[in-house]
Design a protein around this ligand. Structure first.
Ligand code: SF4
Ligand code: SF4
Length: 404
């Protein structure tokens, strides 16, 4: 059956429309293979624009949509939602970035129009090869594990308990409190008493994680040999740090092992990297793993408490009881036939999503952990990895469209 592609060119106010001839782009797009509709619109991301887009998809029974507008970083999610609401699989939508990549960097309007046409042609050619991908979701465990029973760990545990979350608080020494001085010892004692009164908090002293597997919403932690595994949805690392002399500190003993089990990357000082230094300073790049107190690096008592509050708040807003977490369908898959078991892909995956099956001598991707970054596909010397939504076929069509 012939495809029915709709091309929508957004003027983005004067941002795009004032810098190139978008009517000409629409007229040329209308003649491209598979295109049944090509129109311009003032501001597609506005409520009116979204309504217009959804109506056009339904009225024209479009099975593919190209949006020539801003960067996908800005509004891909917006337009995917519109497609979904109009009954179109959201992965049958492709954005052609004619704002950041054309309008804002190409001052001559005629040159900008020609360049934008190439970008639109590439998207129209590419979308011909798209296939609908299905999102899946997993049910999350709302319980939390806090590793480290110092002031930060106890503060986070109490806040989570206040919100009715069950918390397992692990402390490797024989009692709660962590490293304190004359100034902080009183506060630590006070918090330890409060923790001991809470039914929601299970304290395991003399304990540390021995093995952690799983992912956001479903971590399985083995603690002591004689104990059943503990299942939690999120983990707060609140393990503190050791002072090596004036001004220098290193993570607490055993922290590197925990970070390795969780696949949390460490910087050159041994402390964990952040998801984003300013926007997500208590979150690691691994979903569901958060930092409190000196586990993230040396900090004052006040900063430790604040980071514990932020970690607890992040968990309460992301790990909501009853809510399912959507998984990313744009993942990589490995062909067992082509894989030679060299494990190059494992080395380049920053998310610990690939494991090695020694019996069959092949690697496999855990689709829940995979973020679809494509590193493994680029690195595999056997061409065994296929990135969904970025297949060689799709990229070839896109490239030839741009160069035609
Ligand atoms: S890099 Fe390729 S061949 Fe090597 S283990 Fe990974 S998928 Fe298999
Ligand atoms: S696409 Fe990225 S996240 Fe997914 S398995 Fe490959 S390297 Fe890991």
């Amino acid at each position: 059956m012939p495809v029915r592609t709709g091309v929508f060119i957004c003027s983005c106010g004067p941002n795009v429309g004032g810098r190139m001839d978008i009517e000409r782009i629409a007229a040329e797009a209308a003649g491209m293979t598979g295109v049944v509709l090509a129109e311009t619109f003032g501001l597609l991301c506005s409520p009116k624009g979204k309504q217009y887009l959804a109506e056009k998809i339904r009225e024209n029974r479009l099975d593919r949509v190209v949006i020539a507008a801003c960067s996908p970083r800005e509004h891909e999610a917006t337009f995917m939602q519109v497609c979904e609401s109009a009954g179109l699989n959201p992965f049958m939508m492709e954005m052609a970035n004619i704002r950041e990549q054309v309008a804002w960097v190409t001052s001559d309007p005629q040159a900008a129009t020609r360049k934008a046409l190439r970008v639109v042609t590439a998207a129209v050619d590419r979308i011909d090869r798209h296939i609908p991908l299905q999102k899946t979701s997993i049910v999350c465990n709302p319980e939390v594990m806090v590793v480290g029973g110092g002031i930060a760990g106890m503060t986070a545990s109490l806040l989570l308990a206040d919100a009715d979350r069950r918390v397992t608080l692990l402390e490797r020494s024989v009692e709660l409190g962590g490293l304190t001085d004359a100034e902080t010892a009183g506060k630590a004692r006070e918090l330890a008493v409060l923790v001991s009164r809470r039914d929601e908090i299970t304290v395991l002293t003399g304990s540390e994680p021995r093995e952690i597997v799983g992912f956001f919403g479903n971590f399985i932690v083995s603690v002591d040999d004689d104990q059943d595994v503990i299942r939690v949805g999120s983990i707060v690392l609140a393990t503190g740090c050791r002072w090596n002399g004036p001004g220098t500190a290193e993570p607490a003993e055993g922290f590197a092992d925990i970070a390795r089990m969780l696949r949390v990357p460490l910087d050159e000082t041994g402390f964990p990297g952040r998801e984003h230094d300013s926007l997500a300073p208590v979150s690691t790049p691994i979903d569901g793993i958060h930092l409190a107190g000196c586990a993230g690096g040396p900090c004052s008592l006040e900063e430790a408490v604040r980071s514990a509050e932020a970690a607890a708040g992040t968990i309460l807003s992301t790990l909501v009881p009853g809510r399912e977490v959507e998984t990313e369908p744009r993942t990589s898959v490995i062909s067992e036939t082509l894989c030679r078991g060299c494990r190059t892909c494992m080395d380049v995956c920053g998310f610990g999503a690939i494991s090695f099956d020694s019996e069959r001598n092949v690697c496999t991707v855990n689709g829940v952990l995979c973020k679809g970054c494509g590193n493994c596909a680029a690195a595999c010397p056997s061409g065994a990895v296929r990135s969904m939504h970025f297949t060689p076929d799709q990229l070839r069509y896109q490239m030839t469209g741009a160069l035609r």
